[in-house]
Design a protein around this ligand. Structure first.
Ligand SMILES: CC(C)(COP(=O)(O)OP(=O)(O)OC[C@H]1O[C@@H](n2cnc3c(N)ncnc32)[C@H](O)[C@@H]1OP(=O)(O)O)[C@@H](O)C(=O)NCCC(=O)NCCS
Length: 204
């Protein structure tokens, strides 16, 4: 039987990482229906409430139950507002490696939430799940995402030339696909030894 991640909830200083619920559908649709997310990720564009419902009720739970990864909503402790999402994907249970994707809502950017939540899931992955490597993949032009990788101690390991399709605005206000390079970032347990944001973990 393929191993799976447990249904988990993780608290950090300012955030709670937890499974999505149907009540999150409107806010998830708002978060994904955004210029930067459309540009740098491959989520549906436009992203409708029906897309959010499909992801929350089927896609996200299937990521966990299939062993491919886990999808978590990120809430602000103080306001209980949804501020982001994390997705562990392409998990390999033999090599104990996984990849993380992340989005922070336009209303919550620039507060360090992406770095804090990715660091928390990395700590959980290495300490609780005994994984050996976490990978981040960023488009060559996605400066904010590269800042996140750098801030949490990832090492830039190389460039996959022409490996990614991103979206760019056209003059008439539409979108067009553009081929670009992909930067691969790796994080190993020893890279986190200096990290000073301990996550408080709890099984649900
Ligand atoms: C990438 C993303 C998750 C960052 O979220 P965030 O919560 O704002 O990230 P953080 O606040 O932890 O860090 C962002 C850093 O990038 C910097 N930054 C943001 N925009 C920037 C820009 N255009 N140029 C240079 N630096 C930029 C911020 O100043 C910050 O760095 P600092 O803490 O050193 O000041 C968010 O912009 C997003 O959701 N983008 C769309 C989806 C996406 O690209 N996902 C990643 C796919 S790999």
């Amino acid at each position: 039987m393929t191993p799976t991640f447990p249904d988990v909830s993780i608290s950090t200083e300012r955030l709670v990482l937890r499974p999505f619920e149907e009540a999150d559908i409107p806010e998830l649709a708002d978060m994904m229906n955004d210029e930067l997310t459309a540009a740098w990720t491959s989520v549906p564009n436009p992203y409708t409430p029906a897309d959010a419902r499909e992801w929350i009720t089927r896609g996200a739970p299937a990521e966990r139950t299939s062993g491919r990864g886990i999808v978590l909503a990120v809430d602000e402790h103080l306001t209980h507002r949804l501020v982001g999402t994390l997705h562990l994907k392409n998990t390999n249970w033999h090599t104990l490696t996984s990849e993380v994707g992340y989005v922070v809502g336009p209303w919550a950017r620039g507060e360090g939430y992406a770095a804090e939540s990715v660091l928390a899931i990395a700590q959980w992955l290495f300490h609780d799940q005994k994984f050996e490597r976490l990978e981040l993949r960023t488009a060559a032009g996605n400066t904010a995402s590269q800042q996140v990788a750098q801030k949490i101690g990832c090492v830039s390991e190389g460039v996959l030339r022409n490996a990614l399709i991103v979206r760019s605005r056209t003059e008439d206000g539409g979108w067009t696909d553009i081929r670009t390079d992909l930067i691969v970032w790796g994080l190993l347990p020893e890279d986190l030894e200096d990290a000073h944001t301990p996550a408080h973990r709890g099984a649900r």
